[in-house]
Design a protein around this ligand. Structure first.
Ligand code: 13P
Ligand code: SF4
Length: 338
């Protein structure tokens, strides 16, 4: 039996604390001509001061078109690097330099280069959750929001190598029918979701739709009513007639779901951890990297213009090509994508 209290994510910051901090951030934003971009997994108070909140694809698209002088990137390090690749002459800051990603860690550039050297016919497709140095070695970038479309558009005469998320890669193979060599990386947070716990949630809430991020294990994806990126999850819940949803991804996303889908109920999928050691506070899945960011750190990085993302010009130049390819294919209507 799942304790329903465990399935509710943490709430936002106390208003008394939020308002003065948000005021400082708005003043700094004006002074710096800054834009604040935040990922759907950020804590509610950061989402509430952002100019744009979205998935990795939406954030890259926003970064590509901004005319701000300073980009404040509230997400994880590889996302801020992506903004820098697209804006080499702008200042890009992030609230916490240590906000990494287990997928990025799993794929060092030297190891990828060694694998690529074993087959000159590889066409390397990198999930955006990787370092700039890895992007610089790849032919095209994908996000969970456009991976299917981009793999469908990959050259038919090449051997596809997909890095670094084997679960997303496996899901894309199922969708496209294109075989790919998969790098053995995973998201440490998404693989916590287990089939048994999601089945138990289904038993307790038979009317609920199950929405799953493709970084999850296949045995969990197989239980889903929809498998999609965080942005598509929000669109799905907005448009679907169901009144209750079990969300199998990082719990930060529930803030937007509640704001944008009034009258509907959103439950965080229980993780193995919740079942093993129930507590009286929410233990629903949180990405420890995404949650390093706080509103205070957002203010501080704007005040100090640090930590700042800096990348070697050669890496920027080489990583830009697969990024541009992704943005270009993403913008095409599906029937013309090939
Ligand atoms: P989305 O692009 O779907 O928001 O995913 C980003 C991510 O890091 C998922 O763990
Ligand atoms: Fe990386 Fe997983 Fe955190 Fe997303 S949720 S940033 S994939 S560790």
């Amino acid at each position: 039996m799942i304790d329903v209290a465990e399935m509710h994510p943490r709430g936002g910051m106390d208003r008394k604390k939020f308002e003065p901090l948000a005021g400082e951030i708005f003043t700094l934003k004006k002074q710096l001509n800054a834009v604040i971009l935040a990922h759907n997994y950020q804590v509610p108070e950061i989402q509430d001061v952002a100019d744009f909140v979205g998935d990795s694809l939406g954030l890259a698209q926003q970064a590509a078109k901004t005319d701000a002088d300073v980009i404040v990137f509230c997400g994880v390090h590889f996302m801020a690097e992506t903004a820098k690749i697209l804006n080499p002459n702008k200042i890009v800051v992030l609230p916490d330099r240590d906000a990494g990603c287990s997928l990025e860690e799993s794929c060092p550039a030297e190891k990828l280069a060694a694998l690529q050297a074993t087959n000159p016919n590889f066409w390397t497709i990198a999930y955006i959750n990787c370092s700039a140095a890895v992007k610089a070695l790849c032919d095209v970038i994908v996000t969970s929001g456009n991976a299917e479309k981009i793999v469908n558009a990959a050259p038919k005469d090449r051997d596809l190598l997909f890095v670094p998320d084997e679960n997303l890669g496996q899901w894309v193979m199922e969708q496209t029918g294109r075989p790919m060599t998969l790098w053995k990386g995973n998201c440490y947070a998404h693989v916590e979701f287990q089939r048994e716990q999601v089945l138990e949630a289904k038993r307790q809430f038979p009317d609920a739709k199950i929405i799953v991020h493709p970084e999850s294990l296949r045995e969990v994806r197989d239980l889903a009513d929809a498998v999609c990126s965080t942005e598509k999850m929000i669109t799905f819940c907005r448009n679907d007639p169901a009144k209750r949803f079990v969300i199998v991804t990082e719990s930060g996303i529930i803030h937007r779901m509640r704001k944008e889908c009034p009258g509907k109920e959103f439950l965080c999928a229980p993780t193995f951890d919740v079942m093993r050691a129930p507590t009286d506070h929410c233990r629903c899945s949180e990405c420890k990297f995404m949650k390093l960011n706080t509103l205070e750190k957002v203010r501080d990085c704007m005040k100090q213009l640090s930590p700042r993302v800096e990348l070697p010009p050669e890496i920027i130049r080489r990583a830009r090509l697969p990024m541009d390819r992704m943005l270009e294919i993403s913008a095409k209507p599906i029937e013309n994508a090939g």
